[in-house]
Design a protein around this ligand. Structure first.
Ligand code: F0G
Length: 461
């Protein structure tokens, strides 16, 4: 009998404008890579063919968002776009009070300064680079309480973003709840490979933190993608809309920091949203120092308008199905070629396991950094390191040595086609074929903060 004909997903949009990209030769890429100190962050975008460095600020806005840009009310105070954004944040996410910021880390800075005292402990489901740095700069110490499965690239547990409540309880017993200003809970855990947290886990977390008087602060950068996995994988959610699931997730938390450059489909923007009037009042005061007046927070009126429209588009069921569908398409191609990737496939990109890909390169010689450089060299595809370089150093100067040593192929939203995905997978497979000949790197320049952005390397002989 013939196989049943499947019903494929496809993009719920058509293309109205295109941006031309440059194809480069191998020798051009070799020179560009050397000039960039083997750091893909230091490449010029012009020298990149397919740019998977990040899904942050790189998505394509819709015609409606562009039209919204023309409706920018550029008043210094009380812009109508702020009130529109406030209304959308309340409706979709349910948070009461909104402080716009120029991007996610602006919100992290303000929140960390308000809630963290010197010596505090901030448990979280895996660190994120800027989030942890702001916690540390405010005098706190981040403690990882994600479940063990998240540190194992091969483990196929469907909710690898879950918090291990036993680990959290140990911290509460050791330090006392008064030393823990909040649990830093991210949806779609970026550094774990875009892995979701389950609603069941969130409910348990809420129950536990309520009992101990600890806040839950939500890094909601990729909350819609997390909601998609809940809809697909968790019992009782198959018939709920993405918007309903997103609102429910937020309801178990006390506030959120948002980088709207991801889920919310804008090129710049973010916010802090809270339910607590006292925290809001302090944040509203502080935003004036660091970002701008509380009704624009470092953004133009038009940016806030595009964000308000983007948030609504981000929770459309067809949008998110196609967005994650494209990521899964690429991941499955990689698996077919035998390329070792983090499983299950996450929401915003494919994470290649560099320790498995290049087992002959020790972590001190930066296997993931090396692999990102080699992939660029092969095809002009730009990816990024998410391993020992990204992890940085502890306060005492020692390197953090993360178990996961990954190369992230991050997919911008609504930007590339299925044919681009084919080229990416084929290029990675070609590098995999010659993997034994690849040599590691040494770091020759290291900046003090967030070193992965600007560090430089040389090839080992
Ligand atoms: N939280 C998460 C989970 C993020 O992924 C990011 C940014 C931020 C916070 C900070 O937001 O960039 O707007 O200041 N992630 C980008 C990335 C940079 O490439 O993953 P931001």
């Amino acid at each position: 009998m013939n196989k049943p004909i499947k019903r494929s997903w496809a993009e719920p949009y058509k293309i109205k404008m295109v941006e031309l990209i440059k194809m480069t030769s191998h020798s051009e890429r070799k020179k560009a890579l050397k000039d960039a100190g083997f750091n893909t962050f230091l490449l010029r975008s012009e020298d990149v063919y397919i740019d998977l460095l990040t899904d942050s600020g790189t998505s394509a806005m819709s015609d409606r968002q562009w039209a919204g840009m023309m409706l920018g009310d550029e008043a210094y105070a009380g812009s109508r776009n702020f009130y529109h954004l406030e209304e959308v944040v309340k409706d979709v996410y349910g948070y009461k009070y909104l402080i716009p910021t120029h991007q996610g880390r602006g919100a992290e800075n303000i929140l960390s300064k308000i809630l963290i005292k010197k010596g505090d402990i901030i448990p979280g489901n895996m660190y994120f680079t800027t989030t942890r740095l702001h916690q540390e700069l405010a005098g706190g110490k981040f403690e990882d309480v994600i479940i063990d499965e998240a540190h194992d690239a091969e483990n196929e547990f469907p909710f690898k973003g879950n918090i291990d409540l036993k680990k959290l309880d140990k911290l509460v017993k050791k330090y006392g709840a008064e030393k823990i200003p909040y649990v830093s809970m991210a949806t779609s855990v970026n550094m774990a490979g875009g892995q979701p947290i389950s609603m069941a886990n969130l409910k348990e977390l809420r129950k536990y933190t309520k009992k101990h008087g600890i806040r839950v602060i939500h890094d909601m950068t990729r909350v819609a993608e997390n909601a998609y996995f809940i809809q697909q994988r968790e019992k009782g959610y198959a018939d709920k809309s993405i918007k309903e699931i997103v609102t429910e997730i937020c309801s178990y938390t006390d506030g959120a920091t948002m980088s709207a450059k991801k889920d919310a489909l804008v090129n710049i923007g973010g916010f802090l949203a809270v339910n607590d009037w006292d925290v809001f009042e302090e944040a509203r005061n502080m935003v004036v120092v660091y970002e701008g007046l509380h009704t624009y927070g470092g953004l133009a009126g038009r940016d806030m308008e595009a964000m308000a429209i983007g948030i609504r588009e981000s929770v459309d069921d067809d949008h998110i199905k196609a967005r994650v569908g494209q990521v899964i398409y690429l991941g499955e191609k990689m698996i077919d070629y035998g390329v070792p990737i983090v499983k299950p496939i996450g929401g915003h990109g494919i994470f290649v396991d560099a320790k498995k890909f290049l087992p002959h390169i020790p972590q001190e010689s930066f296997p993931a950094q090396t692999l990102a450089a080699e992939i660029y060299l092969d095809s002009g595809v730009r990816t990024m390191e998410r391993g020992i370089v990204s992890a940085g150093r502890k306060a005492n100067g020692e390197n953090y040595c993360p178990k996961l040593e990954l190369v992230r192929f991050t997919i911008p939203r609504r930007v590339y086609t299925q044919a681009h995905m084919d080229v990416i997978a084929e290029s990675t497979a070609r590098v995999y074929e010659r993997r034994e000949k690849i040599k590691g790197l040494k770091m020759v320049y290291e900046p003090k903060y967030l070193r992965f952005f600007q560090a430089k390397f040389e090839q080992l002989k």
